[in-house]
Design a protein. Structure first.
Length: 317
């Protein structure tokens, strides 16, 4: 067995340029062929770049032959899949293509992007989703090779599938209402009062529908980008006023009342991402409205909690 440790120093920098913290990260890689163990500085640099780019633990490298033969694989990559080197060789005979789910192999062979998702078989015989961040390089002896950092994203796929299953039902509900109310409006076109009532229901359901679509778009954005917070000082009361204004039409259509209150607020000014806070709280209000009877009251209260004696928490909640 031939082992090689590859490491780099990762440094976090604050906005004002001060170094917050640093740590040394190491990857230990094992070679499939112990007679071929020449890893140049260039390869090591590519390993470091891939790890940073994919926020991953686990690297694997191979050659562009018919089977994408494995050159080396890191301990972390082995652990992600539940293998050691011996069981990996038994499973795939040193051929990366044998680890890939058969239905994903054509996709992998034609993969052009350096950031893709497909399934690998783990030591339990289960296919799990991984995210692959890959670059190409040429070995010292002129062979075309690839190197990837891999990150298991099975939990993300499970959450996405559950979200889609739930949202598909939530989207159909307002669409059915819109369709039904439109048909009733046509059938009662001569009755102004009835038609106006149907139009109110259509508007209300349209707002619910747009909210659900926004949720889907937000989910897609979160899966493809890095979350970014715009933290700045804002007033809790101004945030509340904004929320009440944004949700008023929808709440009024359901003949509901929203009652806002403040409990023990001694510090009105807080540091937060106002847009995201508003979005979360409006979502809670819309959910409360949807699952509450018409004519009911929705209570919205902001409280400041006393965290005295607990130094690990901030004073404001």
């Amino acid at each position: 067995m031939c082992l090689l440790w590859i490491g780099y120093l990762l440094i976090s920098i604050t906005n004002n340029g001060d170094v917050m913290n640093n740590f040394y990260y190491k990857e230990c890689v094992e070679f499939i062929d112990t007679d071929d163990v020449s890893v140049t500085d260039d390869i090591q640099n590519k390993v470091m770049d891939m790890l940073v780019k994919n926020s991953a633990v686990g690297v694997i490298s191979g050659f562009y032959d018919e089977d994408y033969s494995i050159y080396f694989i890191s301990w972390f990559a082995l652990a992600n899949l539940g293998y050691d080197m011996d069981t990996l060789k038994v499973r795939c005979d040193g051929k990366y293509i044998n680890l890939i789910c058969p239905s994903d192999r054509n996709y992998y062979r034609g993969m052009k992007a350096d950031n893709a998702e497909y399934r690998l078989i783990n030591s339990e015989g289960e296919y799990i989703w991984i995210k692959d961040c890959r670059v190409d390089y040429i070995t010292k002896d002129g062979r075309n090779a690839w190197i990837s950092s891999i990150r298991v994203v099975q939990n993300e796929h499970n959450a996405r599938r559950e979200f889609i299953s739930t949202i598909s039902h939530d989207i159909r509900t307002p669409l059915n209402v819109i369709t039904g109310m439109a048909k009733l409006a046509r059938a009662n076109i001569s009755s102004k009062d009835k038609v106006l009532g149907y139009i109110d229901e259509i508007i209300n359901s349209s707002e619910q529908f747009m909210y659900q679509i926004s949720e889907v778009l937000d989910m897609n954005e979160l899966s493809t980008t890095v979350a970014h917070l715009e933290e700045k000082e804002c007033s809790l009361r101004s945030v509340t006023d904004r929320i009440l204004k944004d949700t008023n039409d929808s709440i009024s259509l359901r003949k509901q009342n929203i009652i806002a209150g403040y409990n023990n607020i001694t510090d009105d000014k807080v540091i937060c991402d106002e847009d995201n806070i508003v979005k979360v709280l409006e979502s809670l209000i819309y959910n409360a409205s949807e699952y509450s009877a018409q004519g009911s009251d929705i209570h919205f209260t902001i409280s400041q909690l006393d965290s005295a004696g607990d130094d690990s928490r901030n004073d404001d909640s």
